[in-house]
Design a protein around this ligand. Structure first.
Ligand code: ZN
Length: 282
């Protein structure tokens, strides 16, 4: 079925909209860790390790309370260091997907380097969790001109890395449909409302934390907007940022709002991508 540009997507079983809750379990990986030994930056390390070690179990409990299933994008360095924590993600029925090994910035990697990261991650997912992911979210939000093609040829089925729509779409691969994209938004990234940056201050101008009730309200409004228009909403949330004790109420409010509708298809990114590939050709 061709997708008319202004059309509402059709979702399975008459659902009105789709929600792919997604969390990036970055832990201490990221720019500050890429070229350094972990021991060089213990303060940063402990800030990040709070995510898989402490915040993740709390988030999994909350997801269970609302019977919500999510997708976790995991740098495999985190999986290697907190394997038991990550095992519970699988045990609870969630999806895991690629997010680099040490959260490498793919736009700075050539084809060989990108492929090496993917091969390395694939082996670790198989060894530690016995799974082969089919999804990818680019670390740090950008990728190279060859990344979509490289991922598709590697066997990845979907990405949740880009913007540009509020419905899934395809990346073209030599004129044919390639990866399904499930686009997100920076302002539905918890960093934009809840992260404290000191060194460097980002964005320049200083640190800021938004009032929690306002954040909950914003996210609920965004979800409601997508739902009313029959679209596909995904999140870019990080356990180390939004699954802290006082912030859990924000997630609780959001999850309750999603569950207040019985016509929302809450599913893994992989299922939404599969639906899109089976029902659309553009
Ligand atoms: Zn990340």
């Amino acid at each position: 079925m061709a997708r008319h540009l202004s059309a509402r997507p059709a979702w399975p079983e008459g659902y009105q909209s789709a929600v792919a809750l997604a969390f990036d379990l970055d832990g201490p990986t990221g720019d500050a860790m890429l070229n350094k030994s972990l021991k060089d930056n213990m303060r940063y390390f402990t800030e990040g390790s709070y995510g898989p070690f402490r915040a993740l179990p709390r988030l999994l409990d909350l997801l269970k309370k609302y019977q919500l299933s999510a997708t976790f994008f995991i740098p495999t360095w985190v999986l290697e260091h907190w394997p038991e924590r990550c095992e519970r993600i699988i045990e609870d029925g969630h999806e895991v997907a690629y997010h680099g090994h040490r959260h490498e910035v793919f736009i700075n990697c050539n084809s060989e380097q990108q492929l090496e990261i993917m091969e390395h991650s694939k082996a670790i997912f198989k060894q530690r969790l016995g799974v082969q992911p089919v999804g990818f979210r680019t670390p740090s939000g950008d990728w190279n001109s060859d990344t979509a093609k490289l991922l598709f040829e590697f066997g990845v089925q979907y990405s949740s890395s880009m913007r540009g729509d509020d419905r899934p779409y395809f990346h073209l691969n030599e004129g044919k449909v390639g990866l399904v994209e499930i686009p997100g938004r920076w302002d539905i990234d918890d960093y934009s409302a809840l992260a404290l940056f000191e060194l460097p201050s980002f964005p320049s101008g200083g640190d800021r934390i938004s009032p929690y009730q306002q954040v909950a309200s914003n996210w609920c409004h965004e979800f409601e907007g997508y739902h009313q228009q029959g679209l596909c909403w995904t999140t870019i949330l990080h356990p180390k940022v939004s699954a802290k004790p006082g912030r859990l109420k924000i997630l609780d409010t959001l999850f309750k709002q999603i569950r207040s509708h019985d016509d929302v298809w809450v599913s893994h990114c992989s299922q939404i991508a599969k639906w899109w590939r089976s029902n659309y050709d553009n």
